[in-house]
Design a protein around this ligand. Structure first.
Ligand SMILES: [Zn+2]
Length: 54
């Protein structure tokens, strides 16, 4: 399955087992971190960007 980076819109491939609410991922292209907030029955995921504290 795939998720789309909310920042650069590139697709990221995802293992089915990793598609879980609360999982964090990092975009391979722009390096932004995001979290799965919801997994829909059709297999798509809703995600949000994680703001890193610096
Ligand atoms: Zn990205």
């Amino acid at each position: 399955m795939r998720i789309q980076c909310p920042e650069c819109k590139n697709d990221k491939k995802l293992e089915q087992k990793d598609a879980q609410v609360g999982k964090w991922f990092e975009c391979d292209y722009c390096g932004v971190s995001f979290e799965i907030t919801k997994v829909n029955p059709d297999g798509t995921c809703e995600i949000k960007i994680i703001e890193e504290e610096k």
